[in-house]
Design a protein around this ligand. Sequence first.
Ligand code: MN
Length: 252
Amino acid sequence: MKSRLVDFHCHLDLYPDLVAAIADAEAAGVYTLTVTTTPKAWPRNLELTRGTTRVRAALGLHPQVVSERSGEISLWETYLPEARYVGEVGLDAAPRYYRSFDLQQQIFERILKQCAKAGGKILTIHSVRAAAVVLDLIEAHLPPGRGQKVLHWFTGTKADARRAVDLGCYFSVNARMLETDRGRDLIGILPNERLLTETDGPFTKFGGRPACPADVADTVLGLAKLHQLSLDEMTATINKNLTTIVSSAGES
Ligand code: MN
């Protein structure tokens, strides 16, 4: 199998034209996971990605919208049987969202329990200023073998990262994480076999415009340097990790 680029966390439905964004990712040959922030977006994302080879949609309820949209958890549950991928979900304890942190935890716990019950789901998880609590909830409610966990744009401590590795988590790394000493330092301790790449577009920029899935090429290069692998080796490792996640998510 030819190695391809992987963008495991991108918000294609936040670009001006979702149809074009999906077509571009598909044409570029990038395995792309397009996440959603509300379950209301799920039917359209599912429909538009269904005919593609490399673009998959994830069913989300973003922690940053939980204060206004917690009631949509029942809709999220309704759609869960149709979804192999789940996200964006998780917790955000930054000042702007801290008021809803208790509610976010209730929602995330419910999501993890539903995923564990269903089995076979692959989650892309947000953990801004909340890595330890995210890991506590994962440990309590989504045991290994009942689903795969990918921590997106992880900014916890090294101790948090080691604990996440022990809990079986993967990490999707983006270009912004590689820009700081702290980010590189953290990514440097992550095992190669737990690494994926992401853009989190359009929230990251590339050359002054919103990043698109093909821009992960730059991140693969950065990771290869950091982990002292050739570009081909790093690309192959990321492809292998993706295959492992998909094939070992557990029975659904
Ligand atoms: Mn995101």
